[in-house]
Design a protein around this ligand. Structure first.
Ligand code: FAD
Ligand code: SF4
Ligand code: SF4
Length: 478
């Protein structure tokens, strides 16, 4: 065992410092500072180099975590970067925004009584340093292939697949309906979790690698799927899920009740320097308002914390279950509470009050019941517990479903599941249309960046196998 490792007994866990609450409430900068070199080395040295590393098993990318921790502890950072980037296209992004408490770190098995190795912070440190020191280079394929691949969607799934296909020598074009690449990494996730320069730096690297981006191009409107199929040897759909789940009840149509993604996109665009009329008019701006966010996932956490930074008078998050049963990351709940957000657990909306614009949310207290078939505790309303919460901006963050892709692409033969996600063969990643593959949220349903990267990488392998096989076929059989 290396002399540098197994120091968890003497070295306590340390996470990167957070900026002071008063400071971070006023701006959109990332809240965590980056490790100093000696801190990254010390924290890495806590790893006990497990024979069976549960951290890696529970990382969707099966990153070789113990290897890069050891290299970091030894000060061999360039090698650490090589090992880390071999399995992950965007390690500095995952290091920032993976819910590590549920994945790698939540499964770190340093002996009982000692806290997990801070894997995510070290992963981010390694790649940020690699960028700073010029070790991150564009892809230069060993050979160029004639075949081209079209990818629909420039989110993490599409971009990871693009890199893997480009590495193999394919000519890759990514089409996206937005004006910037990155998918939810650019327009969904706020700056205080992931600064946009980090995403744009990746886009520039893809471009320098020869990947072509065709932005402002909505497939189904500006170009058809069948045109793309004719243009490319294979097509990968990585369009994510964007249809917001709605909320009903009296008053649900009042002004001032807005979908979460509209609200977050407006804020992200403003921070990128765009002019957003709905922000300027106040419709998608929390400044000076009593804000109520409905939901308990990552999106709700991002909305409440955005509202704080915009200067809301008060920010409440209503969730119908309790803290232990919420889907959002506990780390983000803690950050939000520090920043002044009030969580109103076990509370569900029933109606919205107001004449034209919302002025309040009528709510009912809930109690947890018995677990349902999925093992999750059911919830039921408590009689006589109704009351009204003041609100002049209500943000609906109840999750997302897929848009109707067969209709959007005018391809009725594109098969979907009963949830509207694309039906793929789970080994080949191919949809019901030959040569058309799919990956990321549009297959899984709303998930995580790290899973989209994993799917993009796996799908790229299958696209490659397919194209090779097609090209090996005699012309008559094609
Ligand atoms: P997306 O990132 O959604 O990208 C899809 C792309 O396809 C978009 O750019 C879209 O414009 C494009 N597109 C769609 N339709 C078309 C079309 N017809 N033509 C052309 N282009 C099209 N995950 C985490 O791991 N950590 C987090 O902290 C986290 N926070 C989140 C916060 C919010 C507010 C949201 C909404 C999600 C969050 N997620 C988080 C989830 C994560 O962002 C997604 O799981 C991930 O981005 C999915 O990647 P994707 O490539 O499948 O799709
Ligand atoms: Fe942990 Fe995510 Fe990094 Fe995997 S990719 S090691 S889960 S932070
Ligand atoms: Fe190191 Fe923890 Fe992974 Fe074990 S589980 S190899 S201690 S990081």
């Amino acid at each position: 065992m290396a002399e540098h490792m197994l120091r968890f007994v003497n070295v306590p866990q340390q996470t990167p410092d957070k900026r002071a609450v008063a400071e971070r409430r006023r701006d959109f900068g990332e809240i965590y500072r980056i490790f100093e070199e000696q801190d990254a080395a010390r924290q890495s040295s806590r790893c006990s180099q497990c024979g069976v590393p549960f951290c890696s098993i529970h990382c969707p990318l099966h990153n070789n975590i113990p290897d890069w921790l050891k290299l970091t502890a030894e000060g061999r950072l360039e090698e650490a970067y090589e090992v880390s980037s071999a399995t992950n296209n965007f390690p500095e992004i995952c290091g920032r925004i993976c819910p590590q408490d549920r994945l790698c770190e939540g499964n770190c098995v340093i002996e009982k009584g000692f806290e997990a190795v801070t894997i995510g912070a070290v992963e981010r440190y390694i790649t940020d340093t690699a960028f700073e020191r010029g070790w991150v280079k564009p892809i230069t394929p060993r050979r160029e292939l004639d075949a081209s691949i079209g990818i629909i969607g420039a989110g993490p799934g599409g971009m990871a697949a693009a890199e893997e296909l480009r590495r193999r020598g394919y000519q890759v074009t990514i089409y996206d309906r937005y004006d910037r690449a990155g998918g939810l990494m650019i327009y969904g996730i706020p700056n205080f979790k992931l600064e946009k320069d980090v995403v744009l730096r990746r886009q520039r690297l893809c471009e320098a690698s020869g990947i072509r981006f065709v932005l402002n191009c909505a497939v189904g409107t500006d170009v058809t799927l069948s045109e793309l199929r004719a243009r490319h040897a294979a097509v990968l759909i990585a369009t994510g899920v964007y249809k917001p789940r709605e909320i009903g009840g009296p008053g649900a149509g009042l002004a001032g009740i807005v979908p979460a993604l509209d609200y977050l996109i407006a804020s992200n665009r403003e921070n990128l320097g765009d002019h957003v009329p709905d922000f300027t008019s106040g419709r998608l701006n929390a400044a000076g308002k009593h804000v109520v966010v409905i939901g308990g996932g990552d999106t709700a956490m991002d909305c409440v914390r955005t509202a704080v930074r915009q200067g809301a008078k008060s920010v409440k998050c209503l969730y119908r279950r309790d803290r232990a049963n919420m889907p959002g990351s506990m780390r983000e709940v803690k950050n939000a509470e520090e920043e002044g957000v009030e969580f109103v657990w076990l509370t569900a909306p029933e109606a919205f009050t107001g004449d034209d614009a919302v002025i309040g949310v009528r709510v009912v207290r809930m109690r947890l019941g018995l677990p349902d078939a999925s093992g999750r505790q059911s919830v039921e309303p408590q009689e006589g517990s109704h009351h009204t919460v003041k609100a002049d901006l209500v943000i609906k963050a109840l999750g997302f479903d897929p848009e109707d892709l067969p209709a959007m692409f005018n391809e009725p033969a594109l098969a979907v599941t009963r949830w509207g996600t694309l039906r793929v063969n789970h080994r080949s990643f191919m949809t019901s249309l030959p040569g058309v593959f799919a990956a990321g949220d549009i297959v899984r349903g709303a998930s995580l960046v790290v899973w989209a990267i994993r799917d993009g990488r796996d799908a790229a392998k299958r696209v490659h196998e397919y194209v090779e096989q097609q090209q090996a076929l005699p012309a008559a059989a094609e």
